[in-house]
Design a protein around this ligand. Structure first.
Ligand code: CU
Length: 555
């Protein structure tokens, strides 16, 4: 009997609330929490062959041993300016967090959600003394920052996990301006989702680095999966929702389910956007207000552009400016194309995350004229020019993205064989939450396959010389068991997305994370300038937890 079947027996013993079984306090956590149905999209029922099943993992939620009332209440994130040589104490701990009027035991850095916004000058070096006071092993990864390998926070590659109660000191050097973020690099599916994330805003010395704005807003875009007022537990032994990742149904801006900003008519707001979700890809717009894209992960773009909306895959950052040119209310919107796997239909899905309320007092100063102009960042172009001779060389390395299932419920396997007849390049929402929930890292293995050697994930052993320029071609196999987009993140280096499906990118920015849609081939050019052992992995937390990682050694 496999583990699914064993759990199925346990679930079958569960009766309706009020029954003798439900009142029996002797049953274990598994029965109590994991048998709770997960939220299904409107009009969709759980697949008949899956009713009564639970994921074959022990349910986990933070703070099981803590008294909720005794925990300190989480606070909003504060700006923490740090100078070169400064030290920050960063403590991950349990907090009481109130969402839509209900309190939950969750995690926070320095009791803040998001964690402290570390604001530093470009080229500053700071020391961070990390104190793990949560109930899981943890670490801190400084996402996108080209720092010393020993401070990368990559558990299993650059350090051991920091045990509960233990400490670790990081030295963080910031060679590049822009918006970055920090999060644990162990069980991200739990720790990041439960509140352990924060930004670093790195200021260039040039005060004219971006076009002028009246104010700045740093926004994290995240989500939380709940059934009514209850958090859906995580898998203790490994991630559940291993097929598509955990896609939340409560959308959070800076950890809160509603966002609100008041501005004057004509103001230009510079938004620093970070996708901190486990799996969700966002498509963000501002109620028709004009959006200008300035920068992404590790640099500005060669040219500023006006766009109708901004797509952010997990871990990606975009810096945009938005001008609110008339009084009124501009909704902050996530507008996507949902795919309903059960019905095989696509349908639009639009969620309002908050609003920008514009009064009729005039902006002072009025940056309207500067906003209307699109700047070219010649220094970015000149920097990239040094790499252009490598754009057309044959790939040095090629990877195929695929998945191998083993021991999934029969109904899921049968469904997938017909479901892959159609696929979406990007799955914006979870259109099959039942099948997804029941798949754990025990049954699903997501994979990088090195086409040159046939090796997979951590067995792949790439050694490249420091200073070399590596062209990496990644193909996302649409014929795999369950094809899905993957946001691929490389630690400690910078890279260019030089082409997608053979079409050259016409406006480049240095990136650390690139989305590879289903069926697509993406060519990356890696500037391998930072020595050490660096992870390459999918940033969908559950895909990483289900194996999708490897290490590139820069010597
Ligand atoms: Cu992935």
């Amino acid at each position: 009997m496999n583990r699914i079947a064993a759990c199925c027996v346990g679930a079958a013993l569960l009766a309706a609330p009020g029954s003798a079984r439900a009142q029996d306090t002797s049953h274990d956590m598994r029965d109590m929490n994991m048998a709770m149905p997960i939220p299904m999209p409107a009009g969709m029922k759980m697949m008949p062959g899956l009713v009564g099943l639970v994921p074959p993992v022990t349910p986990f939620l933070p703070g099981a041993a803590a008294q909720l009332a005794q925990l300190p209440e989480a606070m909003p994130g504060t700006i923490t300016p740090l100078g070169n040589g400064d030290t920050l104490d960063l403590t991950a701990s349990l907090v009481r967090r109130t969402i839509k009027g209900h309190a939950y035991a969750m995690y926070a850095f320095n009791r803040q959600v998001p964690g402290p916004l570390i604001r530093v000058a470009q080229n500053a070096t700071i020391t961070v003394r990390f104190h793990n006071r949560i109930d899981l092993p943890s670490s801190v990864h400084w996402h996108g920052v080209r720092l010393d390998n020993a401070s990368d926070g990559a558990v299993g590659v650059t350090q051991q996990a920091v045990a509960p109660g233990a400490d670790y000191t990081y030295t963080v050097h910031f060679p590049d301006a822009g918006i970055y973020w920090y999060h644990p690099h162990v069980r991200e599916d739990i720790e990041q989702a439960m509140g352990l994330f924060g930004n670093m805003l790195v200021d260039a010395p040039d005060h004219d680095y971006y076009s002028p704005a009246n104010q700045e807003q740093v926004l994290t875009l995240g989500d939380l999966l709940m059934q009514a007022d209850t958090l859906i537990p995580f898998g203790k032994e490994g991630p559940d929702f291993a097929l598509m990742g955990r896609v939340g149904n409560v959308l959070l801006v800076n950890g809160e389910p509603g966002y609100s900003l008041r501005v004057h008519q004509g103001e230009v707001v510079r938004f620093y956007l970070t996708n901190v979700s486990s799996s969700r890809t966002w498509n963000i717009s501002f109620g028709g207000a004009r959006i200008k894209v300035l920068a992404s992960d590790v640099s500005r773009f060669e040219h500023e552009e006006f766009v109708p909306s901004v797509v952010l895959a997990p871990a990606e950052r975009y810096i945009v400016e938005v001008r609110f040119d008339h009084a009124g209310t501009f909704p902050l919107v996530n507008a996507v194309q949902a795919i309903n796997h059960f019905r095989g239909e696509f349908e639009p899905e639009v969620d309002t995350l908050g609003s920008v309320i514009v009064d009729d007092a005039p902006a002072r100063p009025d940056h309207g004229a500067a906003f209307a102009m699109l700047r070219s960042n010649d220094s970015v172009t000149r920097d990239i020019d040094r790499y252009r001779p490598y754009f057309d060389k044959p790939p040095d390395k090629t990877l195929t993205l695929t998945v191998r299932p083993a021991g999934l419920p029969l109904a899921t396997v049968q469904f997938m064989t017909i479901d892959t007849a159609y696929y979406a390049p990007v799955e914006w929402v979870d259109g099959m939450p039942d099948m997804n929930w029941l798949s754990t890292s025990g049954e699903v293995r997501w994979m990088f396959r090195d086409n040159a050697t046939g090796k997979e994930n951590e067995a792949i052993d790439w050694h490249v010389k420091r200073g070399s320029v590596v062209k990496l071609r990644i193909f996302n196999d649409p014929t795999s068991f369950h094809p899905m987009q993957h946001p691929i993140h490389l630690h400690g280096q910078r890279m260019l997305v030089i082409s997608r499906d053979g079409v050259p990118t016409r406006n480049l920015a240095w990136k650390d994370t690139a989305l590879v849609p289903v069926g697509s081939t993406v060519d990356l050019l890696i500037d391998a300038s930072n020595p050490g052992d660096w992870m390459l992995h999918c940033h969908i937390a559950e895909h990483l937890g289900a194996g999708m990682m490897m290490v590139m050694h820069v010597e």
